[in-house]
Design a protein. Structure first.
Length: 929
């Protein structure tokens, strides 16, 4: 959508037909106004070039019209270097081609939008990889890595991004095309020659001196290396069109060393002593990180650590196993640690490294108050690290702030997200005062305010603490050579904006909604923008974010939706509150899968936010037809199954060409969907009429029959009864209705959902108090008692009693010592965990049962795409199909003879509809084998 307004009318006119790739809509501008930093800057427009030629045309048109330009990859910048006031150019959407990999020269030629993990996968068959490995590797672009001079844990062994750039095709702020590494720049040579003393004195002092321009690479002794110099210039001198990067071969032998120290600062004191053993990684953390990992994942997630409260994990690699082991042993012997081990067992090593990875993800969300970046990657020469850590802790204490430091200790780089009081009236002033003092502290140790993220808006104004005026003047002169009108990423590095300007959270604190609903405002602002929702993690069992994987549009990501909600609660670009059309456009394709509630490192629960926003939007107003038809489906189901023959009649009408089309229209259902077949009698009625064999010696078990299992044609419930009877239980069902209200929740009818939940909890809770186990049939409904119900009715004692008490079949069977899974050796099982099952309850018990059968298990990540009412609603069909084709569709197609297992009614329906494949629940699998 392109809406022409005055600030960018000239740009669009200059582009002519190419204006179609430029979006100036309010929603898109809102989505791109933030990155993963504290900062928010409204762009005039966002462009999505499809080719390098289009990228060049865009840049030149912007330059010709005086429009500021910010190039953007995945938008995972922690420093505010991916937001800007004019034209934001998204290179990630289309410019992600790998043009060549040369296994002999060990190079790759790539577009700037290539994702790091994508390049790794392409290089792997050659036995190669890109050296730098930042934590965002599954979504960050290599162009962005070059712009920030990214590093990661193994930069100690493989260097910064600057050390891995061979040549760059760029367009500068003058519109000139250059190939850095081939073309010369005489004016820059002259400037360097006139300032050799400043450069040799102030630049290149240690490996993580990332702040400012890395002018040391332009020295004669460095052979005037323009590509290296360009890395870390943060888009202020030119836009990358294409890059040739260096690849490395992984050493065949590797081992891990774990060292324990009294404190993390003591570990820092030992760094200089350990670097002589050439570790490729050297990561530090302390008890605070270990405690948050334990609190989140349980004690079993943390293996035994060396004695101490501070630790270092190191990696030693090489070509010869004996040499590597000898070097590791020597490292342990030389360490001034309390205790140290060589960890040869790869599984145990993976567990230890996972503490570091999980801790990094939790560090920003584990304090009592929200924690932010802004001072998150300072670095000092490694020999000063211990002293810096002590001084930094003292600084935090002096300001009454808290953080969980950890980092790349081998390079002297420390990460820390801090609970800056940005929601308080003096929050901006206190933030500025702290970072000014922190900058003085780092400079006093000869360090760098940024060790890998770049300066951006967070640190550019602090550069005078680190560099002389002569060096700062040199930055300005370099900038003038490449970008004389200051149109490339203005406000960054040269002529910077004040650090307290454009802070995103300050606007939130002044929002009217913050006075009436501060919890919702805080919740949506928990999204820090790190963009894990952009990554394709389904092959590893991830769920988030199915709609983004289908459309690849920012608005359809968890981050994009959170940004829209942030703009709404701030009352900034999106100003119509709960009824803002931009918010509902962003939320429309959310499948409410709850994948983000588990997979997002900040714990965003977009399904809950969507339900809340939809509730507020339609409060006191007429709703869409599908809200009454699908949202009240349990009511209609009970009515239909209560009247003999009515279910059959509805099924006939639904199958008839004309009447079926009318029925779907009336229900707001897409014409391409079939309405699921209703049962003639409810499952509960059929159960009560059945004559069940068995002794019931193991006691009573309540099977909680949800509305889907009760009212539609399904055999999951009957199979569950059979399994429990066979094991010696006495199953029973409720005579009273006990609907969890899921369909009311998913359509944003929260008052109705609370009524349903209150009634159901009153019926079910007495069973819990009497010690009678409850097993749910439908995983999405079972999950309601673990997430939605406690959130909607936090003070209801019955709901509290049910939290964790309504079990899945796998959870129940795992507690029975007599249960033995059938032998299915020789079979293949393709299993689709329901999204809510995987995300809210966890699928580990199901996996354990299926693996114990001896069958080959293919567990499918992602979502089936139907997602309850989502996939049948008009306007959602194509995305529903695209989500199915991302994971589940290919999985079942690849295994035509496999047993297809799906517990969710939605998953079973989608499989039948789109793949023509019958599926069975876990109960049916166990009952029939």
């Amino acid at each position: 959508m392109t809406t022409t307004t005055a600030p960018h009318a000239q740009l669009l006119a200059r582009l002519g037909d190419l204006a179609e790739i430029v979006d100036t809509s309010t929603l898109t501008r809102a989505l791109y106004s933030s990155d993963a930093s504290l900062y928010r800057v409204e762009p005039q427009a966002v462009a999505y070039p499809r080719t390098t030629d289009e990228l060049v045309t865009l840049v030149r048109a912007a330059l010709d019209t005086g429009t500021p330009i910010t190039a953007r990859g995945a938008g995972t910048s922690c420093a505010g270097n991916a937001v800007g006031p004019g034209l934001v150019i998204d290179v990630a959407r289309h410019l992600h081609h790998i043009h060549a990999i040369d296994g002999v020269a060990r190079t790759a030629v790539i577009d700037p939008g290539v994702v790091q993990e994508q390049l790794q996968a392409a290089a792997r068959p050659h036995g190669l990889r890109l050296g730098p490995d930042p934590s965002t590797s599954n979504r960050c672009t290599v162009g962005g890595m070059i712009g920030n001079n990214a590093c990661g844990p193994r930069a100690l062994g493989y260097g910064r991004m600057a050390d891995n750039v061979v040549s760059l095709d760029v367009i500068t702020g003058t519109g000139e095309l250059m190939t850095l590494g081939v073309d010369d720049h005489p004016e820059l040579r002259s400037l360097v020659a006139a300032n050799l003393g400043v450069i040799r004195t102030e630049f290149g002092r240690f490996t993580r001196q990332v702040s400012g321009y890395s002018l040391e690479h332009l020295l004669p002794e460095q052979r005037f290396d323009l590509p290296k110099f360009f890395a870390g210039t943060e888009g202020t001198l030119g836009v990358i069109l294409r890059a040739t990067v260096r690849l490395v071969a992984d050493a065949p032998q590797r081992t891990m060393v774990a060292l324990g120290y009294p404190t993390m600062a003591d570990a820092g004191d030992d760094i200089a002593n350990l670097l002589q053993f050439r570790p490729t990684a050297c990561e530090g953390l302390d008890r605070r990180i270990v405690d948050v990992v334990t609190a989140k994942f349980g004690a079993a997630s943390v293996p035994t650590l060396p004695a101490g409260d501070g630790w270092m994990f190191l990696e030693v690699v090489g070509d010869d196993a004996a040499e590597v082991r000898g070097r590791a042993d020597a490292l342990v012997a030389a360490a001034r640690a309390t205790e140290g081990w060589v960890v040869d067992d790869t599984a145990r090593a993976a567990q230890l490294w996972k503490i570091r990875a999980d801790g990094a993800g939790l560090a920003g969300v584990s304090l009592d108050k929200p924690a932010y970046g802004g001072w998150e990657d300072a670095a000092v020469p490694p020999e000063h690290l211990g002293s810096y850590l002590r001084a930094f802790d003292d600084l935090l204490e002096r300001y009454g702030l808290h953080g969980l430091p950890y980092g790349h200790f081998g390079d002297g780089c420390v990460h820390c997200r801090i609970d800056f009081p940005l929601d308080e009236p003096d929050g901006a002033a206190r933030y500025k005062a702290f970072v000014e003092d922190a900058a003085r502290l780092v400079a006093g140790f000869g360090g760098s305010m940024s060790g890998e993220h770049g300066d951006g808006r967070a640190r550019s104004a602090l550069l005078p603490h680190m560099y002389s005026q002569a060096a700062l003047d040199l930055f300005a002169s370099v900038k003038h050579l490449f970008d004389p009108r200051n149109l490339l990423n203005p406000g960054v590095l040269v002529d910077p904006a004040p650090v307290e300007q454009d802070l995103r959270m300050i606007a939130a604190s002044r929002s009217p909604l913050n006075l009436t609903d501060p919890e919702f405002v805080e919740a949506v602002h928990q999204c820090s923008g790190v963009g894990k929702c952009l990554a394709n993690t389904t092959s590893a069992g991830g769920v988030m974010c199915p709609s983004f994987q289908a459309t690849r549009e920012e608005k359809d990501s968890t981050r994009g939706r959170a940004r829209a909600l942030q703009e709404m609660v701030n009352g900034s670009l999106i100003s119509e509150g709960w009824r803002s059309p931009e918010v509902h456009a962003a939320l429309d394709l959310c499948l409410s899968c709850k994948g983000c509630a588990r997979d997002c490192p900040t714990g965003i629960d977009m399904a809950a936010y969507k339900a809340r926003v939809t509730h507020e939007r339609y409060k006191g107003r007429l709703r869409p037809r599908n809200h009454y038809a699908l949202g009240w489906l349990p009511r209609w189901g009970r009515l239909i199954t209560a009247v003999p023959g009515l279910g059959s009649l509805i099924n006939v009408i639904g199958s008839a060409p004309v009447l079926g089309r009318l029925l779907r229209w009336g229900a707001g259902v897409d014409a391409r969907r079939q309405i699921p077949r209703f049962a003639n009698r409810s499952a509960r009625a059929r159960f009560r009429a059945a004559d069940l064999p068995g002794s019931g010696a193991k006691g009573r078990v309540l099977i909680w029959v949800d509305s889907f299992s009760d009212c539609f044609e399904s055999t999951s419930f009957a199979a569950m009864v059979q399994v429990l009877v066979r094991l010696g239980y006495d199953p029973e069902v409720l005579s009273d209705d006990a609907c969890c209200g899921l369909t009311w929740i998913s359509t944003g009818q929260l008052d109705g959902a609370r009524r349903q939940l209150t009634g159901a909890a009153a019926v079910l809770a007495p069973y819990v108090r009497d010690g009678i186990p409850i097993v749910g049939v439908e995983p999405s409904c079972t999950a309601v008692w673990r997430s939605d119900a406690p959130e909607l009715l936090p003070d209801d004692a019955n709901v509290r009693a049910l939290d964790g008490a309504v079990l899945t079949l796998a959870e129940f069977l795992s507690k029975d010592p007599d249960f033995v899974a059938p032998d299915l050796t020789g079979h293949t099982i393709v299993a689709q965990p329901h999204c809510h099952h995987a995300s809210v309850i966890g699928w580990a018990k199901d996996r354990a049962i299926l693996e114990s059968t001896g069958a080959t298990l293919v567990a499918v990540g992602g979502c089936c795409g139907l997602a309850g009412n989502f996939g049948v609603e008009r306007g959602h069909h194509d995305v529903s199909v695209a989500v199915f084709e991302h994971d589940l569709g290919p999985a079942v197609a690849a295994h035509p003879d496999a047993i297809v297992l799906a517990d969710g009614f939605s998953c079973q329906t989608q499989l039948t509809s789109l793949a023509g494949r019958a599926s069975m629940s876990l109960a049916e699998l166990l009952a029939t084998h």
